[in-house]
Design a protein around this ligand. Structure first.
Ligand code: FE2
Ligand code: FE2
Length: 464
């Protein structure tokens, strides 16, 4: 979670030197990202900076989604040599002219663990990284007992918890090294893959403590109350998803849970649309307005995923009904704007990202896991936008932001700390990508402790 703290820290405009636990600009490292250009208009065009790069590493199932408004990407420049090398590694019907590589010095952040396609009932693991101890430099052993996995969004050390079931994947190692060629030590990079038997699925819905929870992510508020559209019988928002069928006994409960998720995602579409209007009305720079609209489109995709899952699992088409409140008056009360930015945009979206990441880790179906990893990445970008908006408001209205930061800091500090309790949550919801109430609370608690509180404390200690 350290990557989120660093990203949000930079987005708010806090000095790197004030970052606690010794993290500093030294964590900046040579980074290289490769991937497809994001929009049809920029198809085949590699811009000078990474602003239009939507993803990287789209090779053999290794995918991760990047926001075009990521400050990490903002510092990366087009790398002609790496682009040529990367395009040479592409195959399988991809159009090489769509793919570009960017390199530069970027803060070290975490990568979302990719997942290979496996047989039904198996969990896929597919990871690339560098050999961990310096003494093992250049040695890719048969099993991944000491690999430090480095990507651009996640750094994870896979230790004894990962049994020696991950095996050296030589073709992927060669492809990964070729893609990373401009970096200094490609010989240290190895890739490992495995398909493992998934956890057993509990089929007794009575054991599943799941309560749909409102107000996660960025809700659409009228005054302070979160509102959502009703669900109706409609396939207008659905799409075919490549996910495994669900056990018959669990279907009603899971469909209901996905409808609740879908309604919240749908409300977030309106919330970001309104944020775009608020930012225009307040005279915000175009980058923030653009990011708000980009986020609204992400939320459309999330809502479609959730409505589609509800439809596929429940067997009946379900979509959003009319939402006339979304066309209500645009609130420009500055203090309320700052408070909602912090509570919903900065914190709510960061929690939504952590929840999606935990759900992705637990999901048995690789297709669903891939979808959830993408949502986790999107929600992290939405939170980052929240911190950027807060940073912009902080420059213009330091007294208001300072007051709200102190108020929210006190509220967050008083929230009880919740530890994850494996026994408390039945596996069936986790296996299907839905965290139970207790797990959500634990995810929120971790984000507050490790990400939000240090940033708010630093913001209070370093007035704009
Ligand atoms: Fe979302
Ligand atoms: Fe979001």
């Amino acid at each position: 979670m350290r990557d989120l703290r660093l990203r949000f820290w930079l987005a708010l405009g806090l000095p790197l030197a004030a970052l606690p636990h010794g993290a500093s600009a030294k964590e900046c490292r040579e980074a290289l990202v490769c991937g497809g250009v994001s929009s049809p208009e920029s198809k085949g065009v590699c811009g000078p900076s990474g602003d239009h790069l939507r993803s990287y590493g789209r090779m053999e199932g290794l995918t991760a989604t990047w926001s075009s408004h990521n400050p990490v990407l903002a510092g990366l420049k087009l790398d002609d040599k790496a682009t040529r090398a990367y395009r040479e590694t592409l195959s399988g019907g991809l159009d090489p002219s769509d793919y570009c590589c960017y390199s530069g010095c970027a803060p070290e952040v975490e990568a979302l663990a990719p997942t290979p396609r496996c047989e039904a009932g198996e969990v896929g693991v597919f990871v690339c990284g560098s050999t961990a101890p310096p003494g093992e430099k250049g040695v890719c052993t048969e099993s991944a007992s000491s690999l430090r996995f480095v990507g651009l969004e996640r750094v994870v050390t896979y230790g004894p918890d990962y049994p020696g079931s991950l095996h050296l994947d030589e073709p992927m190692t060669a492809a990964f090294r070729a893609a990373i060629a401009p970096r200094s030590e490609p010989e240290r990079l190895c890739c490992y893959s495995a398909c493992q038997a998934g956890p057993p699925v509990v089929v007794d819905p009575k054991e599943v403590p799941f309560e749909p929870q409102p107000n996660r992510g960025r809700p659409f508020r009228v005054a302070d109350d979160a509102r959502t559209a009703p669900e109706v019988g409609s396939d207008a928002w659905t799409a075919d998803l490549d996910v495994a069928p669900v056990d018959l006994v669990l279907r009603p409960m899971l469909a209901e849970a996905w409808i609740a998720e879908a309604r919240m995602e749908h409300a977030s579409v309106a919330a970001f649309a309104r944020l775009g209007l608020q930012l225009v009305a307040l005279g915000a720079p175009w980058e923030l307005v653009d990011a708000a609209h980009f986020a609204a489109r992400d939320e459309i995709r999330h809502a479609r995923v959730a409505f589609s899952l509800a439809t596929q699992i429940g067997g009946e088409a379900v979509g959003p009904g009319p939402f006339p409140e979304a066309a209500g008056e645009v609130d420009l009360d500055l203090e309320r704007f700052v408070r909602h930015t912090l509570i919903d945009g900065c914190i709510g979206e960061a929690v939504a990202s952590e929840e999606a990441a935990r759900a992705a880790s637990a999901a048995v179906d690789p297709g669903l896991a891939e979808i959830l990893w993408g949502i986790a990445s999107d929600e992290a970008s939405h939170a980052e936008l929240g911190w950027r908006v807060l940073g912009w408001m902080r420059e213009r209205h330091p007294e208001i932001v300072g007051r709200v930061v102190r108020e929210v800091y006190g509220r967050v500090l008083s929230e009880p700390s919740v530890q994850a309790d494996a026994e408390c949550c039945a596996r069936s919801t986790r296996a299907h990508g839905l965290l139970c109430t207790h797990e959500r609370a634990a995810a929120r608690s971790a984000v507050l402790d490790q990400v939000v509180l240090p940033i708010l404390a630093a913001a209070a200690a370093n007035p704009a």
